[in-house]
Design a binder for this molecule. Sequence first.
Ligand SMILES: Nc1ncnc2c1ncn2[C@@H]1O[C@H](COP(=O)(O)OP(=O)(O)OP(=O)(O)O)[C@@H](O)[C@H]1O
Ligand SMILES: [Mg+2]
Length: 507
Amino acid sequence: MKKDKSNEAAGKLFDALGKLFMIYFDISYYGIKKIKVKSAMTWFYITLALMIIFSLTYNYDFLVILNKILPFAFTDTVIEFFVKLSWVKYFLLFSLGALFLSFPLIGAREYKKIKSYQNDFNFLSLKAGNGTAPKVIRVIEVDDYKTKVFLKSEGIGIDRYQSKVSDLTTALGQIVEDIRPCKNPKFVEFSLTKKSLAEKVSYYEMPESKNSPYTFSIGESLGGFLTQDISTLPHMLIAGTTGGGKSVFFKQTLVSLLKGSNNIQLYLLDLKKGVEMRPFEDLPNVKVIKTEKDAVNVLKNLRNEMDRRFDYLEENKLKEISPKRDKMDKIIIGVDEASVLYTKVKSDSAKKKYITEARELTDELSKLSRAAGIHLILATQKVTKETIDTKVQENIGGRMCFQMNTLQGSMTVLGNKMALNLPDIKGRGIWASGNKFTEIQAPFLSEDELETELALLGKEYESKTKTFFGPMVALEKVEGEKKKVITKASENEKEKKNGSSEDKTNG
Ligand SMILES: Nc1ncnc2c1ncn2[C@@H]1O[C@H](COP(=O)(O)OP(=O)(O)OP(=O)(O)O)[C@@H](O)[C@H]1O
Ligand SMILES: [Mg+2]
C-alpha cells in the first residue's frame, strides 16, 4: 500500500519534471530561433558577457552567497567540486550553464506572445477534420501598431478564417487587416493592427503648412499627419501601379507647396499630352511641357540656371540658395509618368536623341541641384534602370510608393515588400525617407477641388498677395552664352535704382 503511494508520487514527480522540460525546450526553441548566429555582433556580445561574468565569479564569492541562500543544494561538497576545477574546465562548465539559461531567457517574450495569440485563436474553436486546431508559429511586431501572426493552418482554408473575422477581431482586440496564404500554403499570414488608417483622407483634413514654407503634405499615418519640407529631401519619387494614386498625390503635393509658400517656380513635364497638368497652366509661375523636344530644351535651360546659381553661390561665398535672401525662386521640376520621358528606345530616331539628352540632364540636375534650390519630383509606374537612371535613383531622398503588384517593383523602390503587401485601397502607400518606412493614406484632392484651389492661387498671384521673383526659365532653346552672374551686390544696386516699387517679394 505504502509502496503504491510512493510509486504514485514518484510518477507524478516524473510527469511534472517532464512537463517542465517540455516547457523549457519550448521556450528555448524560440530563444534559439531568435539568436542571429551569423551576426558578428551576436558573437561579440556573447563573448563579452561570458568574459565579464567569468571574471566576476571566478573568485567563488558567489558560491558562499549561494551556500547561505540554498544550503541544501550548495553543500560543502558542491563548493569543493567547483573550487577544485581547473579554470579551463570551470570556464567551459560555466559557459554551458549560461547558454542553457540564456535560451529560455531570450525566448521567454516570444513564447509569451505566441501563447497569448494561440489562446486568442483557440477562442474561435476552428478545427480541421481530425480535430487539430491551427497553431501559431510566429509573431512579428512590425511597428507600434502592426503585428503579423503566422499560423500553421492544419488544413483549415482561408475562407474559414475570413468568415470568422468579426470573432477574431474581438478575440484579439485588434483589427484584422488581411489574411493571406504564405508561399508554403500550409501556413497562413494574418496582418493585425491596433489602430486602422482611414480609407480616405481629404486634402482639407491635413494641417495647413502656412508657417513653414516649402512644406507639403504626405498623408495621415497611424502616428498622425505627416508633412515634409522639400528642401531637405531634395528629390522625390512617386511610384506605384496604375490607378494607385500617383497623379493625385503629385498634384496635391504641388498645390500644397504653392499654397504654403511664395517664391516657387514649377516646371511640369507631362508627356501624356499635358492632360494631368493642364489645370496648373494658368498660373504665372508654372510652365507645362508636353513634348520631348520642349522637355529637353527646358531641362537644358534649367541646367544652365543651376550653373548660374552655382556661380552666384561661389562668388558670394554662400552654401545654398535661400530664396528670400538671394531673391531667387525655388524651382520644382515635376515629371508625371517619368517612364514616358526616360525609357530608352532602340531605334535611331530623333526620339532616342531626346531621351538620351533628357536622361543626362536629369542626372546632372539630380546630383547637384539641391544647393541651387532646384528639386525634382518624378512619378512613374515602373522603376527600373531603364526608366529612371540608377544615378538619379541614388539621389532621391523621399519615396512615395503606392501599391505595387510585383515583388520586384516593391523591392526596387523600397528595398522591401511593403508596397506589395498594401491593402487594395486607393491612395494607400508607403512613405520612405532615409531608412524609415511609414504606411500612409495620401490626401485626396478631387479634380474640382484642384480647380478651385488653382483658381484661388491664380487670384492671389494676380493681386500679388502671393509672389515669386521670376523670370521663368524659357521653354525654347536659348542660344549663346550663359547669362551674366547676378550677384547679391548687383541685385541690390538694381533695386536701389528701381526703388522698392517693383517689389515682388513677399516680405
Ligand atoms: N489619395 C486618394 N484617396 C482616395 N482615392 C484616390 C486617391 N488617390 C487616387 N484616388 C483615386 O484613384 C484614381 C486614380 O488615381 P491616379 O490617377 O492618381 O492614379 P495613377 O497612379 O496616377 O494612375 P496612372 O498610373 O494610370 O496614371 C483617382 O481618380 C481617384 O479616384
Ligand atoms: Mg497618373
